[in-house]
Design a protein around this ligand. Structure first.
Ligand code: HEC
Length: 161
């Protein structure tokens, strides 16, 4: 009897471990690796990576336009550049790409798009450059946070991280 119970307990442990392993496989995206520099590597296909990097260069350009336009007092240009990278731009993302992104990455990305919509609204209601630049500085906390945690890799080529 006693031996039987030990086996039962052992079996329970094995089954629970298998169950947790299964949950882990389903919940945690398998296309995330850790790079030697400590950041998480999000593995995408070549096209997806090019698209994300293209959007990134667009964000940098937006920052440049906003800084220049705000210092010249051209709030219309601030609003136009900001709303061009707002939530409307995020809606064009492919579901296959979104599925590959870690939760925190998506959250930071979405809140960045939303923040640019709100910057566009701010610009429409002020002529004070410091108000715009302060809000831009806060948005850029997101750029810094995401870049310090993540990098992009190509599926197949960068699997070792
Ligand atoms: C949700 C995450 C995230 C946010 C938010 C984010 N980035 Fe990025 N960005 C990345 C990743 C990941 C890379 C690729 C880095 C790598 O592979 O080393 C990148 C790369 C870039 C690049 C290089 C593009 C290229 O062609 O190589 C620029 C420029 C850039 N980001 C600008 C910005 C700016 C400006 C902001 C904020 C307004 C921003 N990013 C916000 C994740 C993010």
């Amino acid at each position: 009897m006693k031996t039987g119970c030990k086996i039962c307990r052992l079996l329970n442990v094995v089954l629970i471990a298998a169950l947790l392993g299964g949950v882990y496989l389903v919940m945690v995206p398998q296309n995330i690796k850790t790079h030697a520099d400590g950041r998480s590597v999000v593995l995408l296909n070549q096209n997806e990576r090019n698209k994300v990097l293209g959007e990134m260069r667009g964000l940098l350009e937006t920052v440049q336009v906003v800084v220049q336009a705000a210092t010249m007092g051209d709030m219309e240009a601030v609003a136009a550049a900001s709303s061009a990278v707002g939530m409307a731009a995020a809606q064009a993302e492919s579901p296959a790409l979104i599925a590959k992104l870690p939760f925190e990455f998506k959250t930071l990305g979405m809140s960045t798009h939303r923040a640019f919509d709100s910057l566009a609204e701010t610009a429409q209601g002020t002529d004070d450059p410091t108000v715009v630049l302060t809000e831009l500085g806060n948005i850029m906390d997101n750029c810094v946070a995401c870049h310090s945690g993540y990098r992009l890799g190509v599926e197949g080529a960068d699997n070792e991280g």
